[in-house]
Design a protein around this ligand. Sequence first.
Ligand SMILES: [Zn+2]
Length: 122
Amino acid sequence: MGAALDLILFSILIIAVFTAAIGMSKGRSFLGWLILGAVFPILGLIAVAAMPNLKGQIRAGDAKKCPSCAETVRREAAVCRHCGHTFDRAAEQETARIETRNLRYAALIGIAVIVVSAYFMR
Ligand SMILES: [Zn+2]
């Protein structure tokens, strides 16, 4: 009985981490989707899978988000047409690099949580 419950909790945890990882890769909140994935394990996963990709929209549409006014402008723009913000190419690349690194950390934490949980639930 206890083992079956452990297995269910473990499965929910894995689904929650997957939900959170997918959510984060789509530019959403990791913690928010972790909680949602844990409360609604299957529904949360379906919801996050169906969710439009915030980052993908900006990339695919040849657009970028102005860090100053949050409006969407052309990727090639050197100056924001909404607020006059001057874009710094080096800073943009740095931001992209940090996002990739954060995603890797999130994946590592997810794997670590699963491994530790699997160890304690034996
Ligand atoms: Zn702007």
